[in-house]
Design a protein around this ligand. Structure first.
Ligand SMILES: Nc1nc2c(c(=O)[nH]1)N[C@H]1C(S)=C(S)[C@@H](COP(=O)(O)O)O[C@H]1N2
Ligand SMILES: [Mo]
Length: 447
């Protein structure tokens, strides 16, 4: 006869279940690296890094001139959250290349730090009861905004630079509001936690972190000296033997960040650095050889622009108080030509070095349209029929800058079809998305 299993009583089963640890249980986490000090170091790095991300992010939004026209942003100005918007300057000409390169690169590099920080506090996030007091409830709520906001910002940002078709038109909206939700949690959390982080980093003793936990009942309290697990509720209550020091663990996080830096920062530079920027999806479009051999965003064929659209029959339409004027490419080339050394800098963080553009000044075209003195802004439309980024509004300060061109040539050759032949906009310091390719119509003054 087969042996019968002993049956368990219900209380016994419940006891067994309770002994099983879940990730919400501090005892589940057994790394000796865990503790207030590890968390505080990562917290300070994030305090600096996320502040930089937030500031460069808001600058990036301002750079679109979103308050000009719904084609730049669907909720122009974003209501009172757009209180800080200003006319984005045209100098220094590498301004957006710098702010957006920093925004994207710092965002990528902070991923390991963010993950390590979450790992270091994870059972705390599930602590019960959810709130012990009003203050504690506010702290928990701010954590929800902070962690939810940060994860949302990182995920939407990373998805947008890898797969820009995922949020057609809605990315700025999502990422902008997400930033303010994140900020609400970030400021509250920083105000609440900075004194503690400073204390922990100075003395190594997390005071005010009282309460004893499992396995520490024998620890004498009230002693000074080196940090003890007894008062550090972030430390593992039941740690395994060390295989890595805390410094070693921090160095590993740093090495992860460094690896990401090496494989992504190159998106803002030419030459060998761009070749090792393995995480840059834009490296995929081969711009070919010659004067037009710099990064291409969307190719002409990708947006279904045919040689017939851009051939002999193409005309530029210029509208303004002087009426509607039409120019062939030959007529534009016969006008006074100007040069400007300017980069292309995309919201996705990649940029090119300065290219030598040549064409007609937007201010000169404004004069022909009926604004001989102080040109106003201009509404630009591409001959591209479908998809985003085929229209843009430029502000008066951008039209007035002598380096703002309707470019016909680059680096001494006609624009290639992929860089916007027969004519494209190029404006100093502006995000790439405002540098409309395959331009068909310029309407001055009516935004
Ligand atoms: N008509 C049109 N113009 C456009 C775009 C587009 O999709 N369609 N993309 C813009 C974006 S997002 C960028 S970053 C630049 C890239 O220019 P490039 O491909 O010449 O480097 O073109 C801008 N001009
Ligand atoms: Mo772009």
């Amino acid at each position: 006869m087969p042996e019968r299993r002993p049956t368990r009583s219900l209380p016994e089963t419940l006891r067994t279940l309770r002994a099983l640890r879940t990730p919400a249980d501090p005892g589940f986490w057994r790394s000796p690296v865990r503790g207030a000090r590890f968390t505080a170091v990562l917290g300070v790095v994030l305090l600096v890094g996320l502040t930089l991300l937030f500031v460069t992010g808001l600058l990036s939004y301002a750079a679109y001139n979103p308050d000009l026209n719904p084609v730049n942003d669907k909720t122009p100005g974003k209501g009172w959250l757009g209180f800080y918007l200003f006319s984005w300057p045209t100098g220094p000409h590498w301004l957006y290349r710098l702010t957006q390169g920093l925004h994207v690169t710092v965002g990528i590099v902070l991923v390991p730090v963010l993950l390590a920080k979450l790992w270091s506090v994870i059972p705390r996030l599930f602590a019960l009861p959810p709130a012990r007091s009003v203050g504690h409830a506010l702290e928990r709520l701010s954590l929800l905004l902070l962690i939810g906001g940060a994860l949302f910002q990182f995920v939407t940002g990373l998805l947008n630079i890898q797969l820009d078709y995922l949020f057609p038109g809605s990315f700025y909206t999502l990422h902008f509001y997400g930033a303010w939700v994140f900020l609400a949690g970030f400021v509250t959390h920083t105000v609440l936690k900075t004194p503690q982080a400073v204390r922990v980093l100075r003395q190594g003793i997390p005071r005010g972190e009282g309460g004893t936990r499992r396995g520490e009942s024998g620890t004498p309290r009230g002693e000074s000296g080196p940090p003890r697990r007894g008062t550090d509720t972030l430390a593992a209550p039941d740690p395994l033997p060390a295989t890595l020091s805390r410094r070693g663990a921090l160095a590993m996080v740093g090495a992860g960040s460094l690896l990401l830096l090496i494989t992504s920062a190159g998106r803002s530079f030419d030459g060998p650095l761009r070749r090792i920027a393995l995480l840059t999806p834009r490296g995929g479009t081969d711009p070919g050889p010659g004067p037009n051999a710099f990064q291409v965003n969307k190719t002409a064929s990708a947006v279904r622009i045919t040689p017939a659209d851009t051939g002999e029959n193409w005309r530029l339409t210029v509208r303004g108080p002087a009426g509607e004027l039409r120019f062939s490419r030959a007529e534009l080339l016969a006008m006074e030509q100007h040069s400007a050394e300017l980069p292309i800098a995309c919201v996705e963080g990649w940029s090119t070095s300065d290219q030598r553009w040549r064409g007609v000044r937007l201010a000169d075209l404004a004069a022909l349209a009926g604004y001989p003195d102080r040109p106003p802004g201009v509404f630009v439309e591409s001959l591209q029929r479908g998809g985003s980024f085929r229209k843009a509004a430029l502000r008066d300060n951008q039209v007035r800058d002598g380096r703002s061109l309707l470019a016909l040539e680059v680096n001494g050759a006609p624009l290639s079809p992929d860089h916007g032949y027969p004519a494209r906009i190029i404006v100093p310091a502006a995000p790439g998305v405002l540098n409309t390719k395959w331009v068909e119509t310029l309407t001055f003054g009516e935004l």
